[in-house]
Design a protein around this ligand. Structure first.
Ligand SMILES: Cc1cc2nc3c(=O)[nH]c(=O)nc-3n(C[C@H](O)[C@H](O)[C@H](O)COP(=O)(O)OP(=O)(O)OC[C@H]3O[C@@H](n4cnc5c(N)ncnc54)[C@H](O)[C@@H]3O)c2cc1C
Length: 461
């Protein structure tokens, strides 16, 4: 008789936890997973999936407008927020049920409770006060929104958690933040018809992305009618009869119906008992792990946003899978976090992989830049002023494409495929050898012949 009730106890049924639980069970482990909110985690319940549904909804506005240039006569369309939210909720319920069914089919026991660590091998289920003895524990508790400094009226501000359940559609919304979540919601609400003000304390939106992409997206968003106020913060929010008044650090004020802060996320570690057990955290409160996701306590592992490596769903899933293969599959697998393709579902959409120009110029002695900006074909008859932007960053010595940055329709879809080439270490000559698909936007990837710039680093004296 085993000393343990389970081989693996997973805390958190989000992207990383669910994958780890299923794969560990497929390797023959006895697995229990605890979830304190809803099975599926942030991505399915209040992240990627519902967000993308809102992105789809918001994009119809352009389609209706553009249709006229193509000969369609449409009665003025109207939009109903409550219908969208109800339909979105139905889809999320369906997905949650599918996640539960898949876990159950894999033989994983699901416990609907908060779980905390008593010691390295004992997990307490808060709902029943039961103790489970586990040989291994996986912490996959994700992250939570962080609203920043305590300011007056912060209780009137919502985060991305609440935005998916607003009872009424805000005609005017202020969004604070410059990361991808802030930018995406600014575009969603603008597309659905809100007057949007984006406030960000930094110089430009999307810190960490290629500077040309940041500039391009900002220009396009402003052109569309989104107000972007950088180098400013919201200092107070006051509730008034007709909405909320946000006081900004430059003494201006903005009156809105809703204020949302997307000012970052923090690892979800509080109250888990990690200090009691000796699981080490870094300065930002993330669980410190090695390349196999093992924490400072040998039988405790952690994956996903709680480790703050690269906070994206496919990464959490890969880490969860690798953990299960390593510990229960007899095959040590370390996740490769280099060159992760990613998208921002803004307007225009962004797709990016690899190094930014600034990073490449730090890293390589010679860097060649290829870039182009053009009006997408569909915009011509629609008389839409939007422009697309493509950029390739090439290591001038090896000719390898080390970065690709796209702004334009379907950039997310394109970058997934470019990602294969970049991971395979394709050179610019490999790109050029591919015949163009015409007429597409993606053909720019294989037809950019002249360098926009070439940088050679001076040798150090
Ligand atoms: C608005 C938004 C949009 C996003 N869009 C994208 C996108 O387009 N693409 C992308 O790749 N990523 C996106 N992300 C990021 C993505 O959602 C996360 O990277 C991913 O969900 C991380 O997975 P995880 O398993 O680490 O944690 P999560 O999915 O957050 O799951 C953690 C789970 O643990 C549960 N939990 C926490 N503590 C306990 C406890 N003590 N006991 C029991 N259960 C507990 C939580 O309730 C949660 O269900 C988005 C995130 C947000 C917020």
């Amino acid at each position: 008789m085993s000393d343990y009730d389970v081989d693996l106890f997973v805390i958190g049924a989000g992207s990383g936890g669910v994958r780890a639980a299923r794969i560990a069970a497929s390797h023959g482990a006895r697995v229990t997973i605890a979830e304190e909110f809803r099975v599926g985690g942030t991505c399915v319940i209040r992240g990627c999936v519902p967000k993308k549904l809102l992105v789809y909804a918001s994009r119809f506005a352009d389609e209706f407008e553009d249709a006229k240039g193509y000969g369609w006569q449409l009665a003025a369309p109207s939009f109903d927020w409550c219908t969208l939210i109800a339909n979105k909720d139905r889809e999320i319920d369906r997905l949650e049920a599918a996640y539960v069914a898949n876990l159950e089919r894999s033989g994983v026991a699901i416990v609907r409770s908060r779980a905390v660590l008593e010691d390295a091998h004992h997990v307490r289920l808060v709902a029943s006060d039961e103790i489970v003895r586990a040989k291994y524990v996986l912490i996959a508790t994700g992250g939570r929104p962080h609203l920043g400094a305590e300011i007056a009226g912060l209780e009137h501000v919502i985060s991305s958690n609440e935005v998916f359940h607003l009872k009424s559609f805000p005609a005017r919304i202020l969004i604070q933040g410059g990361g991808y979540i802030a930018v995406e919601f600014a575009n969603i609400f603008h597309g659905l018809g809100s007057q949007v003000t984006l406030v960000y304390r930094g110089d430009n939106i999307l810190r960490g992305f290629d500077d040309d992409i940041r500039e391009h997206l900002r220009e396009e968003m402003v052109k569309r009618g989104i107000t972007i106020l950088t180098r400013r913060t919201v200092e107070a929010v006051e509730k008034v009869d007709h909405g909320l008044v946000a006081q900004l650090s430059d003494h201006a004020s903005v009156t809105v119906d809703q204020a949302m802060f997307a000012t970052g996320r923090r690892p979800n570690v509080s109250g888990l008992g990690l200090d009691r057990v000796g699981v080490k955290l870094d300065a930002k409160g993330a669980i410190v792990v090695d390349r196999y996701s093992q924490t400072s306590v040998p039988n405790i592992y952690a994956v996903g946003d709680v480790t703050d490596r690269v906070n994206l769903t496919p990464v959490a899933i890969r880490e969860g899978h690798a953990f299960a293969d390593t510990v229960f599959g007899g095959r040590p697998v370390a996740v490769d976090h280099a060159d992760i393709p990613t998208a921002v579902f803004s307007e225009p959409e962004i797709g990016t992989i690899g190094l930014t120009e600034a990073e490449a110029r730090q890293q390589f002695a010679r860097v060649d830049i290829y870039k182009t900006s053009f009006r997408p074909m569909k915009a011509t008859l629609a008389a839409r002023a939007s422009r697309s932007f493509f950029k390739l960053i090439v290591d001038g010595e090896s000719d390898r494409v080390v970065g690709c940055h796209i702004a334009g329709p379907d950039a997310g879809e394109m970058i997934q495929l470019v990602g294969i080439a970049v991971k395979m270490r394709a050179t610019k000559a490999d790109f050029d050898a591919v015949m163009a698909v015409h007429p597409t936007a993606a053909e720019e990837l294989v037809t950019m012949r002249s360098k926009a710039a070439s940088y050679v680093r001076e040798a150090a004296e």
